[in-house]
Every structure is written in structure tokens, then in C-alpha cells.
Design a protein. Structure first.
Length: 343
């Protein structure tokens, strides 16, 4: 680190763990000093096996030495146990499953972005985080339609670390390639001209799984920015598949994934990952009477999302089958005195 560069403050958890470790070591040293003082200078100290065993000059002295050895062994064992159970060692204890999930987060979270509006009214920064998006390919970001529907000029924020390990936020402008209220999906294209940063190194597309093969009980992970808390991760299971819910357009959407992974305002548009880190859904809504998570969250299945995203990238809109029938305005039917609908 260059001279004069301020160091990042040590996390409080690490500081407490280091302090507790020092205390445990001091305790072990004091026990060893006590043991050394308790040894009889008339005997010879032996190494293992039988550590701290001295040579007895009489049977009575042998019994006394055995009792002293037992007491010293108990004290030494207690000291070693205290040192091994210190928070410093406990902080390093992690199961293989926890390590797998932690690595999954480190691998996928750089591709999860915050979606905000452009700075307005002379402010240096825009408003708070409206929702979440994730990197789809080398130039596109996918999010929910309802996340960007009220934004004048959507921006995405990349959260990454510099060469000193300090978190850095890079905000990049985007423009809407396609937005579909019926499927509640929007596609943004990153505007590389809006920043001097090398955006290409941040565009790391997430792999995509197969939502058709999801089963209730399967573990999933929701990534996003709930309540503006960037790069948050929650764990849950698939609670159900093929649910139906009302979409942003007011029309019902089918094939929805239900999960108990915690989803809150700000998570919308973020990825729902399987245990391999592949996107199987796009977090979109919760069922709640309070506006916060109550154990029922919904995600759009990635199979349908992929078809709609590809259509928007190619054509700018979602292409759907139709029968070529259009309804005439209601005013026209009323002026002609015709009941029902005119086609």
C-alpha cells in the first residue's frame, strides 16, 4: 500500500475476535507459569508421555506428584480448551455447505446491480435504489418493468472493490431496449459513453438454469438490494410452482415460482439462483398485508423470461401470437346504438 494511503477500518467483528484471541493466549501463558512454579525443584522434568511428571524419591512423594500432575493436566487442558474455543477460532469455523454458499455469493454478486434514476434538480446523486437488475450479456441488464416504469433515465450501479480492497460504486447510464408490462420484464442497454470507467470488465453475465425442472423443497438464493441494502442474499426453498398472480399490467401471470427466500422492496428484478449459482427466476413480488416479507415471495420463471428478453433485444417488444381481431372504441358502439363489442 502506498505511503500515506489510509487503511480501511478493521471490522468490529474481526477486532473483537483478535482481542479475544490475545486474551486466550495470555490465559494459557499464565497457566504455564503457574505450572512451572508448582514443580518441585528436587525432581527431574520428563517429556511426553507423562508430561510434567517428576521422579519421586519416596512412595508418599510419588502419590503427591501424581496428584499434582493430575491437577496440572486439568488446568493445562482447560487453558488449551479456552484458547481453541476463542471467537478467533470460532470465526474461522465454517462448514463445507456454508463455504459453498459463501463462494456462490462471491462469484455471483458482482453481476447484481442497483437500479436508480438519473440525478435531477442539481443533485449530485439520484434518488434511492428503485430495485435490482442483473447482467444478462455483455451489454444488457434485465430487471422488472415496474422497477423502471417511473424512472426518467435509468442508471445501474456496479458495486466492486478497487486494488486496495475498498468498495467502489460505479454508476452507469442506460436506455430502455424493451419493456413489457404483461410479463413485468424490462431490458436495459448499458450506455458506455456515460462514464469513463471500463464497463466491459463489470459485465459478467450470470448463467441461466431451467425453471421447468424446479421442485418444491429445492434450495434457492435471492440476491438484491432490499430497502437499499446493496448486495444482500437470502436463502430459502421452492415453496411451489405454477402459481398465478396479477402482474404489473393488471393481467394474470401464470407459471410463477413461489419461494420463502426473503424478498422485500428493493429485491424486485434481482435473480433467484439455484444451488449452482444459475438464474432460475426473477424476483418480482411478495404476498403481504404489511408491505414487507411475510414468507411468501414470487419470482418469474427464467424459461419465460429468456424468451421475452430475446424478443425485446431482437425486436424491441415481445412478440405474441394473435388472431388479428381488434375491438372498436366503446364510444363508436354507443353512437351506433350497438350493444356489446364491435370488432
Amino acid at each position: 500500500m502506498p505511503f500515506g494511503t489510509p487503511r480501511a477500518p478493521m471490522p468490529a467483528r474481526l477486532m473483537r475476535a483478535r482481542t479475544s484471541g490475545v486474551v486466550a493466549v495470555c490465559l494459557a501463558v499464565l497457566i504455564c507459569v503457574f505450572l512451572q512454579r508448582d514443580l518441585d525443584h528436587g525432581g527431574a522434568l520428563y517429556a511426553l508421555p507423562g508430561a510434567f511428571r517428576r521422579q519421586a524419591n519416596s512412595p508418599a512423594e510419588g502419590q503427591k506428584a501424581a496428584a499434582g500432575e493430575s491437577r496440572r493436566s486439568m488446568l493445562l487442558g482447560a487453558g488449551l480448551l479456552a484458547a481453541s474455543a476463542s471467537p478467533a477460532n470460532m470465526a474461522r469455523a465454517i462448514s463445507q455447505d456454508e463455504l459453498r454458499v459463501a463462494n456462490l455469493f462471491l462469484r455471483t454478486s458482482p453481476s447484481v446491480l442497483g437500479v436508480t434514476d438519473a440525478p435531477r434538480f442539481g443533485r449530485v446523486t439520484g434518488g434511492g435504489i428503485s430495485g435490482t437488475g442483473f447482467v444478462w450479456d455483455e451489454s444488457h441488464v434485465v430487471t422488472n418493468f415496474h422497477v423502471v416504469s417511473d424512472l426518467i433515465h435509468p442508471h445501474v450501479t456496479f458495486l466492486h472493490q478497487d486494488e486496495h480492497g475498498v468498495e467502489v460504486r460505479t454508476k452507469v447510464g442506460t436506455y430502455v431496449v424493451g419493456a413489457d408490462p404483461l410479463s413485468d420484464i424490462a431490458v436495459l442497454q448499458v450506455d458506455t459513453a456515460s462514464t469513463e470507467a471500463d464497463v466491459s470488465r463489470f459485465m459478467r453475465p450470470l448463467s441461466r438454469g431451467n425453471s421447468a425442472e424446479l421442485k418444491p423443497g429445492q434450495e434457492v438464493y435471492a440476491l438484491g438490494n432490499p430497502f437499499g441494502l446493496e448486495h444482500s442474499m437470502s436463502k430459502g426453498v421452492i415453496s411451489g410452482v405454477s402459481r398465478t398472480m396479477e402482474g404489473a399490467s393488471g393481467w394474470p401471470m401464470s407459471g410463477i415460482i413461489q419461494t420463502d427466500a426473503s424478498i422485500n422492496p428493493g429485491n424486485s428484478g434481482g435473480p433467484l439462483l439455484n444451488s449452482e449459482g444459475a438464474v432460475v427466476g426473477v424476483n418480482t413480488a411478495i404476498l403481504s398485508t404489511s408491505g414487507t416479507f411475510s414468507g411468501v415471495g414470487f419470482a418469474l420463471p427464467i424459461d419465460k423470461v429468456q424468451k421475452n428478453v430475446e424478443s425485446m433485444i431482437d425486436q424491441g417488444y415481445v412478440s405474441r401470437p394473435s388472431i388479428g381481431v381488434e375491438f372498436a372504441p366503446d364510444a363508436m358502439a354507443e353512437s351506433l346504438g350497438i350493444g356489446g363489442a364491435m370488432v
